[in-house]
Design a protein around this ligand. Structure first.
Ligand code: SF4
Ligand code: SF4
Length: 641
């Protein structure tokens, strides 16, 4: 006899199955329609741009689990087992339906291969689900929550997979077909049942299994399982949407379609919580909770029944003012499987908070007033802006007839802060030694707008951006080197019409080295470690240049901390945090300085004025004494020249 499968074996009243299947599909579709209606109402535009790159990324991430594997191979493999197990069973069931209703093709060898494939798929699903339960409830992986739906969803899958195998065992115990061994799991189980008992039990278990599977499809939109659809859509949109230059567009503080889908695609995996320095410092903010709170707030606002996820944690429905704790360090985006940029959403919330004048911390309000009044957050008089350069005989590019190949944009913090001024002096001396024809803007140097932009004061940012562009234009400046990664980032990424090219000083130094203009004549005998500033490293992928400069200095031994490059820890100074008084259990900068000290290095090098100030303060607070020091890269370079 040709190997084949008898459909609906021992099952009567098949029409009930069709009614249930219709019901499950209806519930599923109703849920999906609810999502689309919320997205429509909460997004400022429903435009879905086409991008080949984003499509490729979505396919690779969805089918190969690239993002889930990154940084947590065990979680990635577990997810792949569930994903491919579930998908192969879904495809298998669809093929069976085609075989039964449209054309017969699952016979003979095709049937044998099909049966074998289903067994493998089922086993993968089973293994993945058991692994997921072990990770969450036995290993108790800290970043994973243990809420009701976190148990219900895998247990549901487990029961569906197990009942499928037992059903098969019951059927094979009666059929004893010669090709039964191809369904090897069911074949093994069939040995446990007597043919008479199996035949009697089979219809009951079949209906139970059918209810489990149809019910599973029905609840997808009503649980975190929605990430099956939401995650790929979110991954595509995060890659395809044009980055918004806030301050340039109307409604910049509103959510777009990518944000709304990101909130619904978030499966509460907690990777962002693990990476977030604010959580690490014991502060009352966590990106996952923030995203979930926004999700629920959108549903409550835009759907008559509120949140349709009946097992969602309800206590998260309030978006509080704790988003001011975010340093916008980008660590969450680096590891989020759906490329969710929680910090960009944070900025949008800040834009609204500033617009409405609500939830803005008092100290920050004062800083914004100073920014508006003095064009710097330090309140110092403009006249003191170039005071650090006294005695260095630098060209002031704003003076009549002054010309130079490079404009050194010092930045507010480096200009006014006593600790950070050393960066400006060292960098200027390094440039002089390398024979670079450069100048500064002196008293006329403006604020680049980083602080205003990060805290959501878009009106002020826009003013500062326009003012800066006009100034650079007026003095014919086309090449700019910045002390601060924050100024560099703002110029490079948020000045769409900039009449100049901006680089960070590490890029300039690296280029001077390549041109042979920067030669290290003296050695510096020291073991050092390097702290990647978030806006240089994670935001702009400048990881190698500073390390190449450090390694080129004779005598230097560079060692890495536990967290480095894209995985670096934030010092806590970015995102407007420098001008707020937000406390956690411990300071982020202290966490970082302890990590640096633990390497055994004598010097902690960094390349950002904010990092320098934060880490130096942390060093003092932690009582870490000489020879352990915090140093800007320019100071080290100067020592070696
Ligand atoms: S935001 Fe991303 S990383 Fe954080 S819990 Fe959601 S899916 Fe996971
Ligand atoms: S940007 Fe940094 S501080 Fe802000 S939520 Fe993400 S990880 Fe946390």
């Amino acid at each position: 006899m040709t190997p084949h499968r008898v459909m609906f074996w021992q099952i009567g009243n098949v029409w009930i199955f069709y009614v249930l299947a219709g019901l499950a599909t209806g519930l599923f579709l109703a849920g999906v329609v609810a999502y689309v209606s919320v997205w429509k109402k909460s997004s400022r535009s429903l435009e879905i741009p086409f991008s080949k790159e984003a499509l490729k990324r979505m396919i690779l991430d969805t089918f190969l689990g690239r993002r889930v594997l990154q940084g947590d191979v065990a979680a990635g493999l577990m997810h792949l087992l569930i994903f491919w197990g579930f998908l192969s069973l879904f495809i298998g069931t669809s093929l069976l339906a085609i075989h039964h209703y449209i054309f017969t093709f699952l016979e003979g060898t095709a049937h044998l291969i099909f049966s074998f494939g289903l067994e493998v798929g089922g086993l993968m699903l089973l293994a993945g689900v058991i692994w997921a339960l072990i990770r969450r409830y036995l290993q108790r992986v800290p970043r994973l929550e243990r809420r009701l739906e976190d148990a219900v969803v895998p247990l549901w899958l487990l029961l569906a997979a197990l009942s499928g195998f037992i059903l098969e065992g019951l059927r094979l115990a009666v059929e004893r077909s010669p090709w039964g061994g191809w369904s090897f799991v069911g074949w093994c189980l069939s040995g446990f049942f007597s043919p008479a008992g199996a035949e009697g039990l089979y219809p009951y278990l079949w209906w139970g299994h059918a209810l489990l599977c149809l019910g599973f499809i029905a609840v997808i939109p009503y649980t975190k399982l929605f990430h099956i659809l939401g995650a790929p859509a979110g991954i595509y949109l995060q890659g395809a949407s044009k980055p918004i230059v806030l301050g340039m567009e109307e409604g910049a503080g509103e959510f777009d379609l990518g944000d709304a889908i990101f909130f619904d695609g978030c499966m509460r995996c907690g990777r962002c919580v693990e990476a977030c320095p604010s959580v690490g410092a014991g502060e009352p903010f966590a990106p996952r909770d923030f995203v979930q709170a926004l999700r629920q707030a959108l549903w409550q606002e835009h759907f008559p029944l509120g949140d349709i996820r009946f097992m969602s944690p309800k206590e998260e429905s309030k978006v509080d003012e704790n988003f001011w704790y975010c340093t916008t360090c980008r660590a969450c985006l680096e590891i989020c499987p759906v490329y969710g940029a929680a910090f960009e959403v944070v900025t949008k919330k800040r834009v609204l908070a500033v617009e409405e004048g609500t939830m803005v911390p008092k100290l920050l309000n004062q800083t914004l007033e100073k920014l508006f009044k003095y064009n710097n957050p330090w309140e110092s008089s403009k006249r003191k802006r170039g005071a650090w350069a006294d005695g260095l005989e630098l060209i002031d590019l704003t003076k009549r007839g002054a010309e130079a190949d490079l404009c050194y944009f010092v930045g507010c913090t480096t200009s006014f802060d006593d600790t950070a001024q050393m960066i400006a002096r060292s960098f200027s001396k390094v440039l002089q030694t390398a024979g670079v024809n450069f100048g500064i803007l002196g008293k006329k140097e403006p604020c680049c707008g980083d602080i205003a932009r990060r805290v959501g004061e878009l009106g002020l940012f826009e003013e500062q951006r326009k003012g800066s562009e006009e100034l650079f234009d007026k003095y014919g400046i086309t090449e700019v080197a910045t002390s601060s990664p924050h100024c560099f980032h703002t110029f490079k990424n948020e000045y769409p019409e900039a009449p100049f090219r901006a680089r960070h000083y590490t890029q300039v130094l690296r280029e001077l080295m390549a041109e042979g203009k920067l030669r290290f004549k003296k050695g510096v005998e020291a073991t050092v470690t390097y702290h990647d500033p978030c806006y240089l490293g994670r935001h702009n992928r400048i990881f190698d240049e500073p390390r190449e400069i450090i390694r080129a200095i004779p005598g230097i031994n560079l060692i890495e901390m536990t967290h480095y490059q894209a995985d670096s820890l934030c010092c806590g100074g970015g995102g407007g945090r420098m001008w707020q008084d937000l406390q956690g259990e411990v300071k982020m900068s202290e966490v970082r300085i302890r990590e640096a000290e633990a390497t055994g290095a004598e010097i902690l090098i960094t390349a950002c004025p904010l990092c320098l100030i934060m880490l130096e303060d942390a060093r003092k607070a932690a009582g870490l004494k000489e020879p352990f020091r915090v140093m800007d890269l320019n100071e080290l370079v100067l020592q070696a020249l």
